[in-house]
Structure formats: C-alpha cells, structure tokens
Design a protein around this ligand. Sequence first.
Ligand code: MLY
Length: 266
Amino acid sequence: QGGHFSWDKYLKETGASAAPAHCFRQGATPPVNEFKAGMKLEAQDPRNTTSTCIATVVGLTGSRLRLRLDGSDNKNDFWRLVDSSEIQPIGNCEKNTGMLQPPLGFRLNASSWPMFLLKTLNGAEMAPARIFHKQEPPVPEQNSFQVGMKLEAVDRKNPHFICPATVGALRGVEVLVTFDGWRGAFDYYCRYDSRDIFPVGWCSLTGDNLQPPGTKAVLPKTLGCLSDGSEGTAMPGQLPGQRGRKPGCRKAKLTGPWGQKGAGVG
Ligand code: MLY
C-alpha cells in the first residue's frame, strides 16, 4: 500500500518547499511504539476532556495508537501518538487522587460503572509504564510556519488518514491546514504546536501509510489558471470580469506521478 506517492517528485512538480522540522511540536525522530493490540491504559475522553477513562489499544499505526474507551461503542475510536500526555499507565489517575470515569455515552446504567470497571480491569493486559514516553516534545518558541509550506497532517474528519497538506493561511498562533487535491471540506485551523501535523517524511519514518493527494485541482489564487503565472489581464474580446481564465480549467483533474490509491475519491 501507500500508492507511489513520492514527496521528492511532488515537491519538484509543485515547486513547493517542506516546512522545516523546527516548526513542529514533534520529536526529531518519531517516538518508538512498543504497544500491542489489547493493552489497556488510561486516556482522556476526547469528548469530555476532563475525565480520565480506561482505553484499549485496538490498533497500531506508526507512532500512533487506535484507542477505544472501555464501556463505549466502536464508533468513537480515536488516535493518539504514543508520546501524547493524554495517555497514561493504569494507576496514574488514582495516584493523583483522581477517579476513573465512565466514557461519555457509557452503554450501561451509570450505577453499574464501579462493577464494570472492576471487571474490565480484571485479568487485563495493562500497558507497562516503561513503554510510555516521559514527556511530549517541547513547544517551539513561535509559529514559524509560512503560507505555502508542505507538511503531513491528520485528516480530522477521517483521523486514521495522514495526508499531504499545505499551509493555507496563518492567524496568530494558528495555521490553516489545507489538504492537497481536496477542495477545502477537510481544511482546519490548528495551533502551530498541534500534535496532528508532521514534517514531510514523517510517515515514511514511522511506517504509516501516507495518503496520496486527492485529484481535485485547486490552483493557487496568485496564479489563477494561467500557465504564465500572471494574474491575467483582459484579452481582446473579453468582457470585464472575465479575466483570462482558460475555459474549463476549474474542473481540471490532477493526475500526477504520485498515484491516487488509498483515500478513495468518495
Ligand atoms: N472519500 C471520503 C474520504 C475523503 C478523505 C479526504 N482526506 C484524505 C483529505 C470522503 O469524501 O469523505
């Protein structure tokens, strides 16, 4: 899998540059993932971040874990980096005088939580403390992203996907993540120190499957649709407001050497 997407070729094709590693809150090398499917740990409930719940590792992808909260359904899985501070070994919550909570949408009566907790932990394989990472990477001092820089980013609507992306805009400490070859429905703003964005080459280091770009052409505003790179001045016979856009160019499909396997064009 992985299609045949090559950042090397793609960066040359697009004339773009990769956001430098120091822009990101990620380790110089991806954190080692020693977790195994079935292991249990403590995790913040993503839908109710003040509660700490029991989660089971239901899958592994690169440096990330696919987690499911015990007592929840299988429709609310979430992904966390192994060095996330939102996951802890079992026992951590109580050690800090907290109480383990049922997940939002606990499928049983709330009164059965204590018994459920007892049973879910009984005989469970608990992820050993030594495979957790001591801390998250340091926060870079400032937002040093620039518009146009390329990166790899989690598609938050389909968080199992990591995809090629471009910085579309900057807004203080925030970065607009736009997905290459998709028209904007998946774009989002995040803080520059978000753990959902990675430097170019991250997936190839972790063994994650980087999605190829979509096939929907979105042309840079500054270039319009003109191949000469100008913004387009009126051509003879053209009405005002119809500045040199080649007919049909909006619908242009990108067919690059990077293939299009994986995401599906759904
Ligand atoms: N075909 C699905 C998945 C789209 C994924 C887009 N990402 C990779 C930016 C859909 O259209 O929802």
